[in-house]
Design a protein around this ligand. Sequence first.
Ligand code: HAM
Length: 437
Amino acid sequence: MTSKLQPIRGTHDLLPEWYGGEFEKFESITLLARELATVYGFKEMATPIFEMTDVFARSMGETSDAVSKEMYSFETKGGESVTLRPEFTAGIVRAFLSNGLQQHLPLKLFCTGPLFRYERPQKGRQRQFHQVNYEIIGDASVHADIEAITLAAHLIYFFDRKVTLHINTLGDKESRERYRSVLVEYLQRHETSLSEDSRRRLQLNPLRILDSKNEGDKRIIADAPKMGASLSVASRTRFDAMMNHLQEQAKSHLFPKGGIVVNDTLVRGLDYYTDTVFEFISSDEEMGSQNTVLAGGRYDGLVEHMGGKPVPAIGFAAGIERLMLMYTPEKKPIAPIYLIPIDAEGESAAHLQALVFRSYERSRKTHLQVRAIDILWNGTLGKRIGRAAERGASHVILLGGEELKRNACIVKNLNTGEQAEMSLMPETIQRFIQETA
Ligand code: HAM
């Protein structure tokens, strides 16, 4: 007996809407994100789905959950440790260095595709998931922060009204070191009450304790010293200047209705962040606990840390699966057209006629907006018309008989039952279909 093959836990097939799936929804989010990237002056690039393990381990932080618990790593036949990418940023910085892109600064880069994290699957959290990811590399000014956050808000605008922008600064190196020692001193006093995970992090990565979801930890964290008090003058000035610009931007209707919250416990899970960090969090019940739809921040030290000269950068990524939970597509799919050959002559003409219609359709529309044009070969006429109606067709084209001899066909409107003879001209037929759909 053979057992039934199962998909890997935390992965999903994306089926077409016709067969009950959400592929079109997924694809239209990707297209929307790509369009926004273009209007904001970003260029799309792609990195490999796997990299040397070091690319992620070194950049995201050995003690981050993403590296210590969630990486899909394996040894190749050549004995190298490679990892399926858990995020885009580290791979992009690796590509930036491998390809000598320093000479093109500043860069605006867009990426999309699948990512892999060995997390406990639940609604909005998968082991294979997808992001749309934007990076601005080579601009240290607060204007890059505003540009990134404005773009993020603009993207979220298309999805949900119940989103709040949480923002914080981790400060420069000096601020972070000062805060680290104040925080460790405080947490050490409460060490015995901390969760095991947090006790482990106390020496390795104490800032991450602020992110803990453990209830006991949360009570201790509530009274912990705040990051703001440890900020250097330069970091404080930078953050205030950025917030002033941001408050201006937020007057736009494109900014989330939930407003902006300065959240001084927001630290983010990855080690490379410096200064500005932000998250767009949805209060929509549909989202459940995985309600961070978009997240990012500045990572001014990462390029140097990965072996380059110091280059400032900021970016963010949104999870497509999470965006899908908030998304109601505006556009209805375009009704397909079916050619139905009604006799042997019609059958011989159908392939060529379909080619003419398809090439006309392709020439006038862009991807996803094109209409499907298909041929229904089998079954009685009634069955085939029924089949076309089930698939959402508003019209069918009957091919054969006397009409075909005259280089014409019958176009039947499935909504009204009316039909008309028309010459076999794709322009004429499609105009008629559009006007009478
Ligand atoms: P991140 O916070 O790890 O940041 O992920 C960004 C977004 O990806 C999350 O807010 C969420 O929407 C989505 N996401 C993460 N893990 C999963 C999962 N297991 N299933 C479904 N969705 C998920 C980063 O990845 C950074 N590289 C973002 C960035 C770009 N920072 C600077 N540049």
